[in-house]
Design a binder for this molecule. Structure first.
Ligand code: F6P
Length: 323
């Protein structure tokens, strides 16, 4: 290959810039030209494609967000959109693409290859950590550290006022963020989409007759828990326990921003490098991930469809520590 392109797509994640940098520098190291596609698949459809040099990524390794910007593209879901994207790649003599994103990004890349034969390798860029084939996704470590910092601050108020706080973290379909933050933030209960809420346990825990009840409590709720987030969970408990009182705090998009942690920078750099090397070796339709600290390639099909379970040991610990 003489020329490739890189883009970021879906929700932004801290470390995406470090990954782009890894991609660009690896391509140039291998005497391959590299272009940047702006705003994910939207930029591909609109021909918003810029040349990148080894200096284009200077002073970005520590920056959150993505300098290539990102989007969730509805147009790329249509055949017409994908055809226009293909024509723009041909016009720019781009022979292969590196996509940094999550499920939706890889689903689009796979369909694009099936229809137009443009090879691609993905790097997992999402704070959700919900992709099979990598122990951690780029951005997850930063996101949980941001959330834990916020939880620690809320603990001060919870402690001072002897209050119950329900803290909602991101994760529409996955509880990785909630589980990690819950353990690190000393939560009494963690509610995740993968496990049905145990209403008996919750009502028992907060009822007046519970003698072992702590003076204050932190409950971490994934936005996609069974009830649909912290507010709805608290509403339901208020109906079941007459004197129940709790505050809700939604951490929201604060979890997606900020300077990536050292872990995320190293992960992103390694996966950006590995993705380009795989593409240049002739691989396609695969995601570069890190398992047991080794770079591995996983087919898009497996990365998207195979279930990545929550760590059962962590789930067990919640109850153990709740004595
Ligand atoms: O995919 C990452 C994620 O942060 C999810 O956890 C969350 O549900 C979603 O993005 C929010 O997306 P948006 O910023 O498009 O509302």
């Amino acid at each position: 290959m003489k020329k490739i392109a890189v883009f970021t797509s879906g929700g932004d994640a801290p470390g995406m810039n470090a990954c782009i940098r890894g991609v660009v520098r690896t391509a140039i190291y291998n005497n391959v030209e590299v272009m940047g596609i702006m705003r994910g698949y939207n930029g591909m459809i609109e021909g918003d494609i810029i040349p990148l040099t080894s200096r284009s990524l200077s002073n970005t390794i520590q920056r959150g967000g993505t300098i290539l910007k990102t989007a969730r593209s509805a147009d790329f879901m249509t055949y017409e959109g994908r055809k226009r994207a293909y024509e723009n790649l041909v016009e720019n003599a781009i022979e292969g693409i590196i996509c940094i994103g999550g499920n939706g990004t890889f689903t689009g890349a796979k369909q694009f290859y099936d229809e137009f034969g443009i090879p691609s390798i993905g790097a997992p860029g999402t704070i959700d950590n919900d992709l099979y084939g990598t122990d951690f996704t780029i951005g997850f470590d930063t996101a949980i550290n941001t959330a834990v910092e916020a939880i620690d601050k809320i603990r001060d108020t919870a402690d001072s006022h002897d209050r119950v706080f329900f803290i909602e973290v991101m994760g529409r379909h996955a509880g990785f963020i909630a589980l990690a933050c819950g353990i690190a933030g000393g939560a009494e209960v963690i509610l995740v989409p993968e496990i049905k809420n145990d209403w008996h346990k919750l009502t028992d825990y907060f009822s007046g007759s519970n003698k072992s009840k702590k003076a204050f409590s932190i409950i971490v709720v994934a936005e996609g828990d069974e009830e649909g987030g912290a507010y709805k969970t608290v509403e339901r408990l208020k109906k079941q326990i007459p004197d129940f009182d709790a505050r809700v705090s939604i951490l929201g998009h604060i979890q997606r921003g900020g300077s990536p942690t050292a872990y995320d920078r190293v992960l992103a750099s390694r996966l950006g490098n590995a993705a380009v090397e795989a593409l240049l070796r002739g691989e396609t339709n695969k995601m570069a991930g890190l398992m047991n600290n080794k770079v591995v390639l996983t087919s898009y099909d497996d990365a998207i469809n195979k279930n990545k379970p929550l760590n059962s040991e962590l789930i067990r610990l919640v109850d153990v520590f709740n004595v």
